[in-house]
Write a protein that binds this ligand. Structure first.
Ligand code: ATP
Ligand code: MG
Length: 383
């Protein structure tokens, strides 16, 4: 039986005159994902993937289901437009034993076809009932909807839609720089931005010998997981030991966390500028730790030179963990390696920092020189 995959997208349809730009991007991204396995093309508001001979269609569907912008992926049988053939195809293609009620929906794109849509639905419904007398028709709330589309090239029949990730096609929303730690939150934040169509680089701060090679490898593994969704990313690894030691030696201990976060922010913004990114992204969630109070976020943002997005700001930890599991980063995130922030964390961090006080503390170190040093020593790794 010939099969074809229909790919439906949602929000892009609202794009008006720019719509074709988004559609073309989506087609390109799907082509990139499936490689030689299928011929991908667009017709009207639907995309099609025609599997090449011998390709595993289940695997193909799974691949397409990972592409941002895809709302539904539908495995479809293509057959002759003869009514009896359509009925036979449906009966062999749909597993009716899993359902109690059904309805048939017909769309007739080929207006030369001799029957009208309701008539086709009624005939096909009759054939299904005959083959499965146990089933009943329910037009309002059926267990399964069997769709028949009559087109020039043949009849398309399908019953099950599989959900895609939604969002916008990668590359349609510019580029961002993710602050990627080894924790649970930041990979999820990266995923949420990627889902909105951004390209992405990541910056990671590490503090040898206080943090190990293993901790760094873990972050690269997380970047690889994210790269599955973004199509690739460059990780900027910033050595941060000297900076942290100087702050610890010279500044009030209760300010260390916020000073460190401000320096991270400034370094990340500069690396972002150099890489052509238009915003930085963190995995912060309001109130989660001392550095994520409203006051702390305000004092950190005061030194940012571009917008800082925090897509998890209103989410509970439980919801973040659920998403981490879904995107497959959770198991890697919980591996027990130390993060540079946790090592230098003071016993009693300020939770309501004031910008004037923090700026005074910052004068005790040569901030600009430390930023420069960090940027010079940064190593870039493509994953
Ligand atoms: P995560 O689970 O993402 O590590 P967290 O709850 O541990 O977050 P913090 O350690 O305060 O919270 O970090 C807040 C955010 O700052 C992180 O989500 C991440 O975006 C960024 N960040 C923290 N540590 C690093 C690091 N070593 N390198 C790069 N970014 C970092
Ligand atoms: Mg962390």
């Amino acid at each position: 039986m010939k099969e074809i995959i229909l790919i439906k997208y949602g929000e892009i349809i609202l794009k008006g005159l720019n719509r074709h730009i988004f559609e073309d991007k989506l087609v390109r991204n799907i082509r990139h994902k499936v490689g030689e396995d299928a011929k991908v093309y667009k017709s009207r508001a639907t995309l099609y993937a025609e599997p090449k001979e011998g390709v595993n269609v289940d695997e193909l569907v799974q691949k397409i289901r990972e592409v941002f912008g895809v709302v539904y992926v539908i495995r479809t049988a293509v057959c002759d437009k003869d009514l009896a053939v359509i009925g036979k195809t449906i009966l062999s293609y749909v597993n009716f034993s899993a359902y109690k009620t059904f309805k048939v929906e017909t769309k007739r794109a080929d207006k030369s076809y001799p029957m009208q849509s309701p008539q086709i639905s009624a005939e096909i419904g009759g054939m299904i009932l005959e083959a499965h007398p146990r089933l009943t028709v329910d037009v309002h709330n059926p267990c399964v909807t069997v769709s028949v589309e009559i087109r020039e090239g043949g009849a398309y029949v399908y019953a099950e839609k599989q959900k895609g990730p939604g969002g916008m096609p990668t590359g349609s929303a510019g580029k961002v720089m993710l602050l990627l730690s080894g924790g649970i939150d930041s990979p999820v934040a990266g995923y949420m931005m990627a889902r909105r169509g951004t390209n992405m680089d990541a910056v990671h701060f590490f503090s040898p010998p206080f943090t190990s090679e293993k901790a760094k490898e873990k972050v690269l593994d997380l970047a690889k997981i994210l790269a599955r969704y973004t199509g690739g990313m460059r990780v900027h690894i910033v050595p941060f030991t000297e900076q942290q030691l100087q702050m610890k030696a010279k500044c009030p201990q209760e300010h260390l966390t916020i000073l460190m976060r401000r320096m991270m922010m400034q370094i990340a913004c500069r690396i972002a500028e150099q890489s052509g990114a238009g915003a930085v992204v963190t995995g912060e969630s309001l109130g989660q730790v001392a550095s994520q109070t409203l006051e702390a976020i305000g004092v950190t943002d005061a030194c940012a030179t571009m917008p800082c997005f925090r897509p998890l700001i209103g989410m509970d930890k439980e919801d973040i963990i659920a998403l981490a599991r879904k995107i497959d980063s959770y198991e890697t995130s919980i591996l027990p390696y130390e993060d540079c922030c946790t090592i230098f964390v003071p016993k009693h961090p300020t939770t309501k920092p004031r910008l004037d006080k923090i700026l005074e503390s910052e004068k005790l170190i040569d901030t600009e020189a430390l930023i420069q040093k960090a940027i010079e020593e940064t190593v870039h790794i493509d994953v």
